[in-house]
Each structure stands twice: as C-alpha cells, then as structure tokens.
Design a binder for this molecule. Sequence first.
Ligand SMILES: CC(=O)[C@@H](O)[C@H](O)COP(=O)(O)O
Length: 255
Amino acid sequence: MLKIGPYEFQSRLLLGTGKFGDFATQKKAVEESGTEILTFAVRRMNIFEKNQPNFLEEIDVSRYTLLPNTAGAKTAEEAVRIAKLAKASGLCDMVKVEVIGCDKTLLPDPVETLKASEQLLNEGFIVLPYTSDDVVLARKLQELGVHAIMPGASPIGTGQGIINPLNLSFIIEQARVPVIVDAGIGSASDVAKAMELGADGVLLNTAVSGAQDPVKMARAMKLGMKAGRASFEAGRIPVKRYASASSPMEGMSMS
Ligand SMILES: CC(=O)[C@@H](O)[C@H](O)COP(=O)(O)O
C-alpha cells in the first residue's frame, strides 16, 4: 500500500494526463494501468474553460485521486498561486510542486522548489515536490516536512530511464516519506528497476501517451510495477565479483 499523507492507495503507479492522441485511448490506458492517481497540469487543463475539451469530464473522477501539478511555474510564487487555484476549485489538497528552472532540460529549480514547498506546507497542503536526483536537496525537502519526494529518473519526456541509480538509492535509503520516481521513464523495465531500488511508486506520462500502443504500454507499466515491487520485497541476491556454481558438487559421490 502506498501512503501519502492521509491518503492510501493500492496502486503504486501515478499517471500523467498530457499528450494522449485522443480521449478514448487515454481512458482505456488509464483503466489498463490500474492507477488510482492522475496528475494534471492546472495551467494546461481546461478546468476553468467550460467550453473547452477536458479529459476529466471523460472519466468517472470519483474513482481517482486527482493530483494537480504546478507545471508551467518558474518561480515559487507562481507555483503557490497555481496550487491555491486548484484547491479553491475544489480539487485535491495534494499538490505536485513542479518549478522548472531550465527550459531546455526542464529540470527543477531547487531553490524555488524548496521555497514553494515550504509555503504550501504552511498553507496546509499535502506537498509532493518534483526534484532532481540530488540527495541533499531530497533530505532538505524531507526536513521541511513534505509528504513525498519525487526525484526524476531523467529529464521529462526523454524516456532515458534511470540515469543515476546510485543517487536514487541514496535518496531512498535516507527517506522517511514515500519516494516516487517521476519523469524520464521509457519502458516497463525502467519502472521495475525503480521499484527494485526500493522506490514507493513511479509517476510517468510520455512513455504511455507516446507509445505506439498506449493501452498495451499502460498494462506493461502496471506489470513492471508489480514485478519490480515483488522483486524488491523478495530480497535480491548480492552482486558478486566471481562465479559460484548454481549446482554445487560438494558432498556428491561421482562413483
Ligand atoms: C505529467 C507530469 O507530471 C510530468 O511532468 C511528469 O514529470 C512525467 O514525465 P514523463 O512524461 O517523462 O513521464
């Protein structure tokens, strides 16, 4: 079970809602993924324009927890404003804090992310900051009191998978709140790898929305999640430098 603040989820997969070709495919992909949490960019979703198409109107929203995110924000001030807008419109009090510091890499601005997280915590939000895989930053966010940490696997939309598993494992090792690997996932094996490292969940979007068959990929992500988590719980064998026979011969008579 994944616990974030007061919320509990059976699924450890969080799905973004952007860049799908059409609503029908998106709806099927969401169902197939088994996700219970859908994140969406408050600024890009047409929630305040009633005459514009809005994916949230296509699904039974009561089945999902909606996680507004502050995508598009470049300062703490903007992120806080977006989060407050989402809360005021009756959406979830959880917020994924996303403050981008670089247009080319879409990597988060660490200073503004810290600032925004602190302000939103003071306002009573359940705060999930998207961060780089910086170990010290993750600790500082945790010390502020955030409810989950969301380190990137690699830059958003690149599908490069986990580029720094060592940093990720350090973040997971020191974490006292859930660690949700967010962004850069390319395929189901990346999800499995994140879970094997001990992550509590994975958030992804492009790998499903941009796949040739988004519905099939959504299913693959769900299975990758389950396999990775089971493998983590089972406790893998230590990696050794030298071989050891799989069928030891000691004690066996050859005559
Ligand atoms: C949807 C969302 O929140 C994205 O900002 C997120 O980081 C997903 O990234 P990918 O599209 O690389 O999976």
